[in-house]
Design a protein around this ligand. Sequence first.
Ligand SMILES: [Zn+2]
Ligand SMILES: [Zn+2]
Ligand SMILES: [Zn+2]
Length: 351
Amino acid sequence: MRLRTPCPATPRSWTVELRSHPSGLTLVCRQCPHGNGQVTAASARSAALAHLARHARNDLRPPHLRICHCHERGCRWHPRHRGCTGPIRLLLACERGGRLWRLTDACSSCAAATAQAAVVPDTMLARTIPEKPPAPHRRSARQPKGPGEQTRVRDMLSYLAAALPANTSAAARLIALQCALRMNRSRQVQLPKGLLRSMRLDTHRPWHELQQARWLHLLPERTANEAAAELLDVTLLEQAPARPDRRCAAQWALRASSRARANGALPQLASLYLAAHTSAEEGTGHSEADTMARACGTDPATLPHVLMSLAATGLLRSWRACQDSGDLHWTWRDDDELGMRTAPPEPPPGN
Ligand SMILES: [Zn+2]
Ligand SMILES: [Zn+2]
Ligand SMILES: [Zn+2]
């Protein structure tokens, strides 16, 4: 009798490389013979991510058949290791300054220890469902589909941690999150300037930063009251959630970060990250410091100062950094539920 679990026939681990030639860039997939093709510098990153996402989508497996491929390869993808534990996640990792992208099944422990990587939520891989116009009599009673706003924001923060260059500022990440949640089916987005002012992000710098990272392309402003852009990350469109649900998540994100606005972009993004990772029932949360730092575009050593400032503003009741594990633990303030009662006024839709 064989007790060993059969090894999956093909590993759920895919790698693409972007190779430069005098004539341009080629996308080379190590797993598929026909995965190679010319790409432009502007589309390279999103073409790589879209190619990897397609592989994962064509190879969906039940959780008990998924294994840690980092472990299978001797855990060479990360420096330190505390043993393979936790559920298997889909990890997107970037190496060689964005020249190599890998999407792989890895245990939570390996995922947390891998630099320049982030967990890609399963919702990102759900097949795109065309947005059907709702039947007229059901229009007013539309039920949101899929996970709630908090989960959607958490998933998007995790995705952007991998998809944006590591040195992307907190201000640019806040704008990227709003853009990703509010874009239309043509990947275009208009953000009202009033909304940007309310976030204290009404400067050109973060936009230019995202344009430099080739994550978006700025469009000429149609009116003086809004900023417009086309998102170049085609993987974003593979999300299943319908636009109204994404828009609700964008509002949730605004509310969750509203109290920290006066403190600057990093505390604002940090408070959003904490809100997205706080258990609504218990009012507490925890995160690896490395993972939070990656999502906030900062280094782990900065986080204690940020958490201290958030505690001083009353946003956190308490927090501590675990000496052994490096994990951060916090208790959300108890006078409201995850920032939901301090809602700013709803800005006009950015169609
Ligand atoms: Zn391929
Ligand atoms: Zn590992
Ligand atoms: Zn592992």
